[in-house]
Design a protein around this ligand. Sequence first.
Ligand code: CU
Length: 286
Amino acid sequence: MVVALILVLVVVASVLFHLTSPWWFSPLASNWGYMDTTIIITFWITGVVFVAVILFVAYCVFRFRHREGIKAAYEPENKKLELWLTIATAVGVAAMLTPGLIVWYDFVTVPKEAAKVEAVGQQWSWNYRLPGKDGVLGKSDTRNVTSDNPLGIDSKDPNGLDDVVIEADALHLPVGKPVKMLLRSIDVLHDFYVPQFRAKMDIVPGMVTYFWFVPTRTGTYEVLCAELCGIGHHTMRGTVIVDGESAYQEWLNKQETFQQLSAQAAKEHEDKLDLASRGKMPGFAQ
Ligand SMILES: [Cu+2]
């Protein structure tokens, strides 16, 4: 009797906790509302099954409790019951899997007009690259990575010269336009994740993974790394700012291309060498 009561209380407390809990998805800011629907469908199906199974156990504990003079009957098989349980389980599992397959199909079908944006993960920060005026991202290779070229862009590929490089700063995106995120890592496994966009993807060294989405609300969002990637994993955060079209263009016009950044870096090196040769660098004083 006490056990049956505890089981009923577990059900009541679990349902109340779910309904009154302050923890829920962060407000949606992309086209992937269907992902939320899929999770809610799973919550409903598993919730109903959980309540039904625990209440059934409570009922059995109470109804078939030990009573003097009553003997239990042993019934190892029941074809009819097994058939119904198999059908019900199959329907439940299919109802949870089908919406996921539909979302996955959309997720891997990138719209042709999607603008390409590259995000490069490294321990423990995010850099970005936009294709520039030609709309093509230049070739890149981790072997080209230096302190002046953190994305490893191939300086011999003309397509890369006008690429816009955003180094450890906020990425801006225009609202309402589809974006294809191309993901690269220059060291270990990472995962690009903005909770409000829902979509996320692992980043694997040596390959380019991708996902797409449409930012639907302007605002500032936090980028998280969703793959344990070393001791500083928790500090691997970035910022995505979704702008209206004019604010986005204004921001874009202020960004520097790979060519400009390389020229600046080369000039800085020259200046340093020049100063050093004239003995004006601290530490080089005569
Ligand atoms: Cu990471």
